[in-house]
Design a protein around this ligand. Structure first.
Ligand code: PXL
Length: 300
């Protein structure tokens, strides 16, 4: 009986691993590359720091085009410094021309000038036709501190969205971008249709901010079909970096050649596990944690 129980536990663990894992590179094998075009979080919870953790723990090599340096901790964002646009374009060109990129994601872009630079560089390098691009339209931190100039919403909609394979707004971002207040299933479908009309190939309207629900229903739309991804709501105040993590994991799966619905399904399972493993940090909100993937079984 105990043997049977052990075998069944092992099967369950195998199934969980299968959900979480992308194909891993062998020793000495070059992994797929994901470019993150995003800001730095000095508190280490969100932004490129979150992206790098998810990429590493999913066996993907992350490339970085840094857009801004935030001054923040677990309590809030005190300010940020924008990286000059030539330096942002230079980072994208340098890595794309030499190392090669299988998928990319954008996070904090801060200003209209930076959005225009990213869009023009992406198009100019001929990446728009060949490399999947996940656009996480970051507007504010979880504390409500602005991470994007209010006037830059238009640039996001008109310049970046048409280049996106997938856009991944949360409900606050949906309200800002298309003025749809998502309160139920019907308004979530309406938001997806309105966002899709702006030009991205796919839209994921994340339901995680529907606080009243016991579930976290995300809705994916390609202009024809709707796909629903549900997961239990993980009730934690330590969810800093959840959106970044979802977008990064989606980009990792796309870099492996997954179709968009499978990539989103994988990323949703990934972020749910990261939410389960979230930890407190400082005096405010702690981060979601990809470190649940680290195993104590291996030693050096
Ligand atoms: O989670 C959105 C986000 C993205 N990028 C940076 C951030 C935040 C939230 O605080 O600081 C740099």
């Amino acid at each position: 009986m105990r043997e049977e129980q052990r075998a069944s536990d092992e099967r369950l663990r195998e199934e969980q691993r299968a959900v979480r894992l992308l194909p891993l590179p062998g020793p000495g094998e070059t992994p797929p590359r994901v470019l993150t075009i995003a800001g730095s979080d000095s508190g280490g919870g969100a932004g490129i720091q979150a992206d790098l953790r998810s990429c590493a723990l999913l066996g993907v090599h992350a490339l970085v085009a840094l857009t801004a340096v935030t001054v923040q901790n677990s309590v809030g964002v005190k300010g940020f410094h924008e990286i000059p646009v030539e330096v942002i374009a230079g980072q994208i060109e340098a890595v794309a021309s030499d190392i090669g990129v299988q998928a990319a994601k954008t996070g904090m872009l801060a200003s209209s000038e930076i959005i225009a630079t990213v869009a023009n560089t992406w198009r100019g390098l001929g990446l728009a036709e060949t490399v999947p691009l996940v656009v996480d339209p970051v507007c504010a931190s979880m504390h409500g501190d602005a991470l994007l100039q209010p006037g830059a919403l238009n640039s996001l909609r008109s310049e970046l969205f048409p280049l996106a394979t997938l856009v991944t707004p949360n409900l606050d971002e949906v309200r800002l971008l298309v003025e749809v207040d998502v309160v139920d299933d019907e308004s979530q479908h309406q938001a997806a249709r309105t966002l899709h009309a702006l030009g991205p190939r796919w839209v994921l309207v994340k339901g995680g901010h529907l606080r009243s629900s016991a579930h976290s229903p995300d809705l994916l739309f390609d202009g024809v079909d709707f796909y629903e991804f549900d997961s239990p709501r993980i009730d934690t105040g330590d969810d800093h970096g959840a959106g970044d993590t979802l977008a990064a994991a989606t980009a990792c799966a796309l870099a492996h050649g997954y179709p968009v619905p499978s990539a989103v399904e994988f990323a949703k399972a990934w972020v749910t596990e990261c939410l389960r493993a979230a930890y407190p940090l400082g005096h405010g909100h702690g981060p979601v944690s990809a470190m649940f993937m680290l195993s104590a079984e291996k030693t050096v």
